[in-house]
Unconditional design. Sequence first.
Length: 124
Amino acid sequence: MQLNYGQSNTLLFNISYANRAPNPVELFSDGLHHSAAIIELGDIRFEQEKALKLSLSSIHKNLFKKGDNLSISPHLSNINDFILIEPTTLDLTTRGAFPVWEYRQTDALLMGIDMDYTINITEG
């Protein structure tokens, strides 16, 4: 949804839904990852990630002088069954000691703000 206010200001609002199937690495990892020198463990029982995202953008053109723009965009994502990898233990093998990293799922709330300020330096 877009709302124009003032002569050069715009407010954008967005709600989106997305889902992501688990990556094969997240499902089937079960051993030494040679390039990272860690043991990775996946889980075949993982469900799809399901995410709902809300975002709002406020865009201001020619804010201080002609050619400069400011955009401020806070956002909030609620993700069910978010897949992440985290260190859990240390495994001693015949090839040495390796940290063990396990994939797991949890519900996550991610929030942030993006800001962008653009100046046209060629404008007189």
